[in-house]
Write a protein that binds this ligand. Structure first.
Ligand SMILES: Cc1cc2nc3c(=O)[nH]c(=O)nc-3n(C[C@H](O)[C@H](O)[C@H](O)COP(=O)(O)OP(=O)(O)OC[C@H]3O[C@@H](n4cnc5c(N)ncnc54)[C@H](O)[C@@H]3O)c2cc1C
Length: 400
């Protein structure tokens, strides 16, 4: 196959490895630069070590982004059969669990392995421990050790430097410094898909896992999620909390109302019925069979009541309110180390529909660098792969 051109991919994370594979297969000579000592380190952390690659239900509603039309076009650049075919071509079989697409091995490490084998088979040159600092106008790359990539410069440079989430090194900026130097602006960034720290003393709830319907109120906006909530000594965690964290730029302005009786169809009527039925029980017994015991005791205490008080002697209205709309004041959230995602990043209006930078010709931006924030459930890896397909399709079209 004749060489279509030279491409440099900066950042050997999920998006970078994907675009490197696609371009190398299409006949490009690809150099893949990675600032760390290994490729795909973050990939090993994904999906609790199982790597949630994608989802059966892909649509823009699962993402926060300022330009839904543009996002739709990026997602449309990779069909479901292309996605499945891509994984198959790496040698990776996938399965569906609760709508999420995972490797059948249930191991993120096997996803990384098949990427590594494929990159090697395709002759992609991997250059480790090389941190790109600047892209020169002649498409040569300046690295942090003072070296400069070969002459003449690359035909195409793809920036896939990711965000700050899950970054365990001192280099908190990751690739953001590089894109700033290329002339891009960065929408305010903050950690997301992470837990919240509460003002309330919730030590008594440590270890509780229960279903709840959550309402997040941020200034005058409301967002809802439900599912299993988890408590630690200080934190409110679990998938619904993670999903809501994407909407919280300033934690101190956020409140979360939890409805712990969300499993009831007609909660007020059923609560009153239970009061009539179990009026002779004490408060602790009243909640047995409905709520986690630690949670019940916590709510009883918060209502200013005592567990051994008889139901019929208590004003139960306060307790009902707490059980259906307990308010947690948020004081902080998990940092980037604890987060699965960086919200914010390069605004979509600074790249064209092929993801080429509007500031630097033949430089492309993909993945988490861009200000598109997916939910938990495989949406962020799916977005990164869709970006890789977008760039690949654009470059092969240019080469035709
Ligand atoms: C704990 C955790 C669990 C997650 N689980 C899931 C999941 O199950 N499903 C899902 O869809 N998403 C998940 N995500 C999110 C997902 O991993 C990211 O959205 C995705 O990896 C983004 O891909 P990317 O290629 O844009 O960036 P990354 O995968 O972050 O890769 C960027 C790479 O660029 C390198 N780099 C950065 N700057 C430079 C530079 N200047 N020069 C050279 N190299 C550089 C970095 O070292 C890194 O290797 C998870 C994230 C975390 C932290």
């Amino acid at each position: 196959m004749s060489i279509k051109g030279n491409a440099a991919v900066i950042g050997a994370g999920f998006g970078g490895m994907s675009v490197a594979v696609l371009l190398a297969r299409a006949g490009f000579c690809v150099d893949l630069y990675e600032r760390q000592e290994r490729v795909g380190k973050k990939l090993l952390l994904t999906g609790n070590g199982r790597c949630n690659l994608s989802n059966e239900d892909i649509s823009t509603k699962h993402y926060l982004c300022s330009d839904e039309n543009m996002l739709q076009k990026i997602l449309d650049n990779m069909s479901v059969s292309e996605r499945d075919g891509f994984y198959h071509s790496l040698g990776l079989s996938t399965c569906v669990m609760k709508g999420g697409i995972y490797p059948v091995s249930r191991q993120a490490s096997s996803v990384l392995d098949v990427f590594r084998f494929t990159l090697e088979e395709l002759g992609v040159k991997i250059i480790l421990e090389k941190k790109a600092e600047e892209i020169r106008a002649d498409k040569r790359i300046v690295f942090s050790d003072g070296s400069i990539s070969r002459k003449p410069g690359y035909d195409h440079i793809i920036l896939s430097c990711g965000g700050k989430a899950g970054v365990y090194s001192e280099d908190k900026e990751n690739g953001l410094g590089l894109v700033k130097k290329a002339g891009h602006s960065i929408n305010a960034t903050y950690p997301a898909l992470t837990f919240f720290k509460c003002e309330e003393d919730i030590r008594a709830l440590a270890g509780v896992r229960c279903d709840a319907s959550l309402k997040l109120v941020v200034i005058d906006k409301e967002y809802r999620e439900s599912g299993e909530v988890q408590f630690t000594k200080e934190n409110l965690s679990g998938i619904p909390v993670f999903q809501l964290s994407r909407y919280v730029k300033e934690p101190s302005k956020a409140l979360i109302y939890a409805d712990f009786l969300c499993f009831l169809k007609d909660p007020r009527r059923q609560f009153e019925e239970r009061i009539r039925f179990f009026g002779e029980r004490n408060l602790e017994e009243f909640f047995a069979g409905w709520l986690n015991k630690k949670l019940a005791l916590y709510l009883i205490k918060e209502a200013g009541l005592k567990p051994d008080m008889k139901v019929r002697n208590c004003d139960m209205s306060g307790l009902y309110k707490l059980a259906t709309a307990y308010c947690f004041k948020i004081k902080d959230r998990g940092g980037y180390r604890d987060a699965q995602l960086m919200c914010g990043g390069v605004p979509l209006n600074e790249v064209n529909k092929d993801l080429m930078s509007k500031k630097a010709e033949d430089v492309y931006l993909i993945g988490e660098l861009l200000d598109v924030s997916g939910e938990c459930g495989g949406y962020n890896l799916h977005f990164a792969l869709s970006c890789a397909y977008t760039v690949y399709k654009s470059l092969i079209k240019k080469g035709d």
